[in-house]
Design a protein around this ligand. Sequence first.
Ligand SMILES: [Fe+2]
Length: 243
Amino acid sequence: MTAIVIDSVEADSDKPIGDVEILGISGTMSGPVAAPAQPNIITEAYGLFPTPVMRFKIGREFTETESEFFEANRSNPRPNSGNTTSEDRYILRNQEMLDLSQFFQRCIDIYMQEIILPKFPVRPYITQSWMNFTEPGQFHHRHEHPNSYLSGVFYVHGDPDKDRILFSKNNYEQISVPPKNFTIYNSPTWWLPAGTGDLLIFPSRLTHQVEQTVSDSTRISLSFNTFLQGIIGSADELTELVI
Ligand SMILES: [Fe+2]
């Protein structure tokens, strides 16, 4: 793995961080970075076990058939926690969605080729799919997608300057030290812009939500889940699963 050189840090062992009193003992505490013999320390950070989220752009306008199909589904929504969804829970099985469905499958395949690099033949296929309608001021509750391998969210209508999706770290941090600047290393959450025509693909276990929207137009997205077909695991390691 390639290390990222993030900076050189000036050692500053003499700089006090202030008078402190710990368990009744008073004194002046030295700075936490102490290397008196080294004026400059080269630092590297290794982003081990990252969570890959990939963005794809469809790069075309919607056809009249697709637009009419979206509008038809919008007219008959089902209540959700904070917003509404389509009644149709297999929306990509409709003929009107054939081209989009094929685009999504190509993107899923690219994610596998770029990120997962499977050793044995295996391919995610789209299972359930549905639309989400978030009116101005609404939100989409914090959730994950169980019984799915990769999930995707495609923005039928979103303003990249105002609409966004918020991802959260799955693991609980027992010790929380608030950072003065947010980076991918110290942030418990991270948001990405949600613009029309963009598709985000991410591991289904990754927690996400839509905060209360500030846009003055309806945010419309199309989500889908996937499951694997082929060979998972390895016969030699007694983990093989052929499905
Ligand atoms: Fe979701």
